[in-house]
Write a protein that binds this ligand. Sequence first.
Ligand SMILES: Nc1ncnc2c1ncn2[C@@H]1O[C@H](COP(=O)(O)OP(=O)(O)OP(=O)(O)O)[C@@H](O)[C@H]1O
Ligand SMILES: [Mg+2]
Length: 323
Amino acid sequence: MTASAASTSSLGEAFAAAALAAIRAAGLSPAEVHLIASHGQTIHHLPEPGGVGPWPVRATLQIGEPAVIARRTGVLTVGNFRAADVAAGGQGAPLVPYADWVLFGDARAHRAIQNIGGIANVTWLPAGADIHAVAAFDTGPGNMLIDGAVRRLTGGARECDDGGARAATGAPDRDLLAWLMQHPFLQQPPPRTTGREAFGAGFLSEILARAAARGLSEADLLATLTAFTAESIADAYRRWLPGRPDEVILGGGGTRNLTLRRLLAAALPGTRLRTHADFGIPDDAKEAVAFAILGNEALLGVPANVPGATGGQPAVLGQVAFP
Ligand SMILES: Nc1ncnc2c1ncn2[C@@H]1O[C@H](COP(=O)(O)OP(=O)(O)OP(=O)(O)O)[C@@H](O)[C@H]1O
Ligand SMILES: [Mg+2]
């Protein structure tokens, strides 16, 4: 047995145990559950053609064996969602926009579903939208720079600016903010994705050097980084969305940063800010709900990739493991 086969099975065991615990906690028995959908853990993702061997290929690999989950729980399990989109010429990500369309599509309001994780990304849902009018792309940094700065300033003692409290005591530095807004990623039209390469440790070091040269206080630095996340989101809407959202529905850990929410509201005048919780979806559960929706579509044979998000041709996503 290879190491990867061993790890994919042990992760499958862990996921099966978690599924059984969740079923019990919901007061159900496995026989009452029709379907388990498991995203798995991504251990490699090659969205652009490349790699070794005779053909340049796109590839994605999630572990956490669905056959083990199905066997241990006795419940039909759908997994490996990304592979079909990649095979259909897509980047295999993001897949949540389909669930955004199902959960939040509205007949009258243009909506933007804004996730603020390490990186921030948006799903655009124009009023009454057909799936082909849905678009999704990364807006820029989410919490990554704020968290990174807090870690460096506290020597690792703190992981984030809890509630945005520290940033609330400072003021954004207009010149540093203007320089941040010139970041090349923000000038790039969608489809686009970003990550640590662009907004990680290297960029943070450059920011800290500039902040020190300007004599900024820690609070002003955090206020500036928080304003950068808010401004880059608002700027992305103005530049790359085909219309103005009537409502923005926030998700991800950045929703807990109240300073970020205040700055975002100021940057988006006339737009109503709401959260997933306002729609009865706990933030922690959003991605689980999204994949349950995708698993259900798999069993119905409905394509659930969003061409305007992944770039793939329509494809039914997921592979079925029988108990
Ligand atoms: N109380 C809080 N105050 C401020 N920020 C918070 C709070 N709680 C969480 N966060 C921020 O949310 C982040 C976690 O958010 P989330 O779980 O959406 O990110 P992720 O899914 O790990 O990232 P990604 O989606 O980019 O992979 C934390 O790293 C932190 O920056
Ligand atoms: Mg996330």
